[in-house]
Design a protein around this ligand. Structure first.
Ligand code: KIV
Length: 272
């Protein structure tokens, strides 16, 4: 059952800000390819994030660090070709914006120009302020990403909950206010205490989209392979699995193998 408060023919960055104003929660999922994006868009998702989690779930890397700008553009282009309604946001990958604002702008421009996506996302607060400013000045909408920022995993050391201590919580609040002031249209907040995330969502006028950040924020995002139950080894508390696709697909593949071996497939009707 949908609880949309307003029907949108196309979702823009303004639409998601309006959803927050209207008290409508924003539904965001990742997608990385044409076929999946088409199904997700037809289901009525508000935002598709072409996340650098593609590095994990599509390419099999342990972290998000190895994925390149060219690879992100390839995924984003496939997604954009599929969609009719939702907003498409693309992660700027590690190493394509941290060194200087000009490089950040060049990367954002390549994503927008070559893929046709609608906005970019990058990780960090104060540290990447100049890069965010430059990208926004070029007319490219930016979504921020605070809390657990997987591109900094080697600094954090673990994927555990962030901002449990006062000092980090204070920095998170300041960074959220800064991103709003700079002109970001939304912020992803990942894996922080629900109370803190709710407080931040109340303190800013732009939407806070949470992953592992509780229900007091303005929207939710999940990695599509996780919510479909394709990734069995990943079991964080915040994850709700809507299907056990690993089991379903495994069963289908086993049946196919057995049908081929036993010569049950193809049958008379399945040939010319
Ligand atoms: O890359 C990604 O999938 C993300 C989400 C976890 C928010 O950044």
């Amino acid at each position: 059952m949908s609880t949309a408060k307003k029907q949108y023919k196309r979702i823009t960055t303004n639409s998601v800000v309006e959803m927050k104003q209207n008290g409508e929660k924003i539904a965001m999922l990742t997608a990385y390819d044409y076929s999946m994006a088409k199904i997700v868009d037809h289901a009525g998702i508000d935002v598709i994030l072409v996340g650098d989690s593609a590095s994990n779930v599509m390419a099999g890397h342990e972290t998000t660090l190895p994925i390149t700008l060219d690879q992100m553009i390839y995924h984003a282009t496939s997604v954009v070709r599929a969609i009719e309604r939702c907003l498409v946001v693309v992660d700027i990958p590690f190493g394509s914006y941290q060194s200087d604002p000009k490089e950040a702008l060049r990367s954002a421009i390549r994503i927008m120009k070559e893929s046709g996506a609608h906005a970019v996302k990058l990780e960090g607060g104060k540290e990447v302020k100049e890069s965010i400013k430059r990208i926004l000045n070029a007319g490219i909408p930016v979504m921020g990403h605070l809390g657990l920022t997987p591109q900094s995993i080697y600094k954090f050391g673990t994927y555990t909950v962030r901002a449990k201590e006062e000092e980090e919580a204070e920095k998170l609040k300041e960074d959220a206010l800064l991103l709003e002031k700079l002109g970001c249209f939304a912020i992803v907040i990942e894996k922080v205490p629900a109370k803190l995330a709710e407080e931040i969502a109340k303190s800013v006028s732009i939407p806070i989209i949470g992953i592992g950040a509780g229900g007091g924020v303005d929207g939710q995002v999940l990695v599509i392979h996780d919510m479909l139950g394709m990734t069995h080894e990943f079991n964080p508390r915040f994850l709700r699995r809507y299907l056990d696709l690993y089991k379903e697909m495994n069963g289908a593949f086993k049946k196919y193998i057995s049908d081929v071996k036993s010569q049950d497939f193809p049958n008379e009707k399945e040939q010319y």
